[in-house]
Write a protein that binds this ligand. Structure first.
Ligand SMILES: [Zn+2]
Length: 336
């Protein structure tokens, strides 16, 4: 008999182990949280893992993104590809699918359908809202996770039971903090991923999940638990009776246009910028240089790009013709 899962089966029972082996988990984002979750789920023997990521491996990832090596960074391998290779070495008995894509309204539903669970390992709110709409629409549990600095946050979204991300979005205390401005240390990543994977193991083996938001600050050793059961918004556009799933509609999506001959990409967000230009300029100062603000726009330099953001949230990213790269730059600066 295969002893690979012996210790885990002692804990979960043979039935629980079999349930994991028949389950399908979708991990969206293969950065720090996604690497940690994917490795745990692969070792646990979850039968099919699907990894989605739009980015490639860089040296600055190696401090916390445990699936990657210096060779991956040297070769600029897409994270989805490097992650799949590493995970398949860890467990050759499971099926691993990987997709190098930028999640949006046009591709999320096909990915979410037929999944047993979705693990959030993204780095921006717009993508999370798209996933949230698809998860609720297709009744797939979605485990939210986010961290920055030494702080992290996680809670389960169980369609038909708990509030969804749309219900809670205005209550989450992550505004203004990004890994680019305050950095991140790997222990908080491991802790949040561990919470997420524990929820996944419980859910996939028919155990009840508590509707609890866990908030942890490991540097100051502060913890909080918030019961979110009563935070459902009766008129939520995503999870109420009259749901319209706004983030799945094309009109509300961020659109990109490559500006021919200008080595620039225009980004038009689906909804107006939720921040004033002045506030945004203060917030992004540690991240950018050469900031110029006038009543109409903010201009700044970020890495090799010049970025111009207008009051309504529209932006032009100079220095690239690559729409996906431009979106990454935009998301890193705006961090909705
Ligand atoms: Zn909701």
């Amino acid at each position: 008999m295969n002893t690979r899962y012996q210790k885990q089966a002692l804990f979960l029972g043979n039935k629980g182990q079999a349930q994991l082996q028949n389950a399908q988990a979708l991990i969206i984002g293969a950065g720090a949280l996604g690497s940690a979750s994917a490795e745990m789920l692969a070792r646990a023997g979850v039968g099919t893992l699907t990894i989605v990521d739009r980015d490639y491996v860089e040296y600055s990832n190696l401090q916390r993104q445990q699936l990657y090596t210096e060779a991956d960074a040297r070769g600029k391998l897409p994270k989805a590809v490097a992650a799949k290779t590493r995970l398949q070495h860890i467990n050759s008995e499971i099926t691993i699918n990987s997709h190098i894509v930028d999640i949006n309204a046009s591709n999320i539903e096909a990915l979410v359908k037929n999944q047993s669970i979705i693990i959030d390992a993204t780095d921006n709110f717009e993508t999370r809202m798209v996933i949230n709409d698809a998860a609720v629409k297709h009744s797939v549990p979605f485990i939210f996770g986010a961290c920055v600095g030494s702080y992290g946050l996680t809670f389960p979204i169980l369609p038909g039971q708990t509030p969804c991300l749309h219900c809670l979005m205005n209550h989450l205390p992550l505004d203004g903090m990004t890994c680019d401005t305050v950095g991140v240390i790997s222990p908080i990543v491991q802790i949040i991923a561990s919470f997420q994977v524990t929820q996944a193991l419980k859910l996939l083996t028919d155990h009840k999940l508590d509707p609890t938001l866990q908030s942890l600050e490991i540097w100051k050793n502060e913890k909080a638990e918030i019961n979110i059961a009563n935070m459902k918004n009766k008129n939520c556009p995503t999870c109420s009776e009259h749901a319209t799933f706004p983030y799945l509609s094309f009109e509300n999506q961020t659109k990109t246009d490559v500006l021919c001959g200008r080595d620039a990409v225009q980004i038009r967000p689906g909804s107006p910028l939720p921040l004033s230009i002045n506030y945004l300029s203060e917030r992004i100062r540690p991240l950018v240089t050469q900031v110029i603000v006038n009543p109409y726009l903010l201009s700044c330099s970020f890495e090799d790009y010049r970025v111009v953001i207008f009051k309504d949230g529209r932006a032009i990213i100079h220095g690239t013709n690559d729409a996906s790269k431009a979106r990454t730059v935009y998301n890193r600066i705006i961090q909705l």
